[in-house]
Design a protein around this ligand. Sequence first.
Ligand code: SF4
Length: 159
Amino acid sequence: MSRECQPCTACCDGWVQIKVKGCEAYPGKPYPHSTGSGCDDYDNRPVYPCRKFECSWVKPNSFLPDDFRPNECGALMIDTVLHWQGIPVDLAVPVGREIPPETLQWFMQNAEQNMRPLIYQQQDPNSKTLEKNPLTLAYGPPAFQEWVLDQQSKGIALW
Ligand code: SF4
């Protein structure tokens, strides 16, 4: 059976940065047509990103458990957001300030078991506001972590 998004609106609410019809959504700034449980302009949604975007949970044959819909598990995953040394790397962003520990632990175990390095984000614990660009952390082999740090120090976008 295919999975249904609603009542999740995590991507539309800007937890992953998107631009719809020229309007940016990012943490703390949901897309204006998101109702928090759906879209009030659903029939007019554009192809990109609305009709095409699929998080890892809603994709057919998803490797994520049933109860990992982003609004339930507190994180939105996008698989194979980049490759490192030919290996696919997954991205997880929090739906909120940070990924709940039990969810993050599952992602980390998945990264280890399937040899898929993980990049994940958290809001800065020292900041009271939601940052547009949360802290970006790496989980995987030391060489992968060093590579991510190196890219960040050079100001190179990871994805
Ligand atoms: S985050 Fe995933 S499940 Fe939630 S609305 Fe977006 S595509 Fe659907």
